[in-house]
Design a protein around this ligand. Structure first.
Ligand code: AMP
Ligand code: ZN
Length: 462
């Protein structure tokens, strides 16, 4: 039985979907004012293993990830400047252009990590009517008030405010204490639903007409509006990084439930941080690592995937290059073992059972990887059955076992050796020799292309 830790109850719970087979899964996506770092990507890997585990269990998943392209201020608690607006002014480029550029970079990263593309990737700026409609509903239900600067959610009207974060009123206020205060605001914890384009915000670039005047939506309302638009008033699972729990997610719960009078989400799943030098990796802190930095250093992006799989999602991951190198070595060993196997055929029921138990126990991927290594070592299973079983496990692990195997089988041994020589020459930065070998490979009728996951060899078809 599939179980995972639900932040609503702070317990591991058996997963019971709303519908029999279709599961709704929403994860908060990136704010596209800059590149995402590997910490952000760990959160999207969690979304991916959650989705794959559900699918492995026979569910069909509707997976939504949003793109925040307006409304997220430099502090999660709605103070400072809009991150998109700030970047746009600094760069002298339109916010739409910046959003498109960093969305494309984000999509390239998730492709390199073999994260399945979400069923819907929705932009906040393309769902303004849905957000306005939700704020109007909150207004009608008596949960809002206006000041000259903004429309606020009145947290005092929602007695359950902050429950998932275990907040007392005082703690809520401390956590969300503002630096720049709107003097007309009633309580510290109240959060913005709609910003008015006036006063210090008079020059905000992106703005729309609304019943409350010209302005733009707050960050929190976009996730409630889009998740409920695509998945219904109550849906199964909501994910994101752990930092979103005490502000963004309790605000999402408050405004959604105040609008509909129904429970918003049944299971909340949060992933722990990636740390660097024992501190949370954050874009605002400057010192962060991007996936492309790892690729430039010659790592296979799937080595980063392996590293994340090997640490439970609710455990902090202290990033180091030694750890990444160990992950790369482990992955290479797996590929080598796989490439030597005969064609896939047969099963390994005992291992399949152990694997399913591991992934269904709160997505215990380190344990699932241990099953993979045990399977490779055992003498009781035929190599062809091992391979078939590994291909099956890879539906969850996403380490591209099948693709790697097929590539290696189609290529003659001497071409593989040449490609290896060329790779060595490249590592030594001996570009001349690398080019000569590439030509040799080409003359033999094969093309070698450098991809983030390593050299890819294809037969030239004339
Ligand atoms: P943002 O673009 O800042 O809204 O972040 C996108 C996602 O990445 C959110 O779910 C964050 O919680 C998550 N996130 C941010 N920093 C880290 C980190 N260092 N480790 C893991 N996840 C993170
Ligand atoms: Zn969100």
């Amino acid at each position: 039985m599939l179980q995972f830790f639900n932040d609503l109850s702070k317990k591991k719970e058996i997963f019971t979907p709303i519908k029999k087979r279709g599961v709704g899964l929403y994860t908060c996506g990136p704010t596209v004012y800059n590149y995402v770092h590997i910490g952000n990507l760990r959160t999207f890997l969690l979304n991916d293993i959650l989705r794959r585990t559900l699918e492995y269990n026979g569910y069909s998943v509707k997976n939504i990830i949003n793109i925040t392209d307006v409304g997220h201020l430099t502090s999660d608690a709605d103070t400072g400047e809009d991150k998109m607006d700030k970047m746009s002014k600094a760069e002298g480029r339109a916010p739409e252009e910046i959003a498109q550029f960093f969305t494309d970079a984000f999509l390239a990263d998730i492709k390199d990590l073999n994260i399945i593309h979400p069923n819907v990737l929705c932009k906040a700026t393309e769902h303004i009517p849905q957000q306005i409609k939700l704020i109007k509903k909150l207004e009608k239900n008596g949960f809002t008030y206006q000041t000259s600067e903004a429309v606020y959610f009145d947290t005092a009207k929602f007695p359950e405010y902050g429950k998932m974060a275990g907040f007392s009123e005082k703690k809520t206020q401390e956590a969300q204490a503002r630096v720049e205060e709107d003097p007309e605001k009633k309580h510290l914890a109240d959060f913005t639903l709609w910003f008015k384009r006036v006063g210090r915000h008079a020059h905000h670039i992106m703005h729309w007409d609304s019943p409350w005047g010209d302005g733009w939506p707050g960050w929190h309302i976009e996730c409630s509006a889009m998740s409920m638009y695509y998945l219904g008033k109550t849906f199964d699972i909501h994910g994101g990084g752990i930092d979103l729990l005490p502000v963004h997610h309790i605000n999402e719960i408050a405004q959604s439930e105040a609008a509909t009078g129904q429970k918003f989400v049944n299971y909340w799943v949060h992933g722990e941080f990636i740390l660097m030098d024992s501190k949370k990796m954050a874009r605002s802190e400057g010192g962060f690592i991007m996936l492309q930095n790892l690729i430039e250093k010659g790592f296979n992006p799937l080595a980063f995937r392996y590293l994340c799989l090997n640490t439970h999602y609710r455990t902090q991951l202290n990033f180091s290059f030694q750890a990444l190198e160990a992950a790369q070595n482990a992955l290479n060993k797996l590929y080598q073992a796989i490439n030597d196997f005969p064609k896939p055929r047969g099963r390994a029921p005992e291992f399949e059972e152990r694997f399913l138990t591991a992934i269904n126990d709160d997505l215990n991927m380190p344990s699932a990887l241990a099953v993979v290594w045990d399977l490779l070592k055992t003498k009781n299973i035929k190599p062809s059955a091992k391979l078939n079983t590994l291909f099956k496990f890879d539906k969850v692990l996403g380490l591209k076992f099948e693709e790697t195997y097929n590539n290696s089988q189609d290529t003659p041994e001497e071409i593989k050796l040449l490609a290896q020589d060329r790779e060595e020459a490249r590592q030594e930065k001996n570009w001349k020799r690398a080019d000569e070998i590439r030509k040799k490979i080409q003359e033999a009728g094969y093309l070698v292309e450098d991809t983030p996951t390593g050299p890819d060899i294809k037969k030239i078809i004339l």
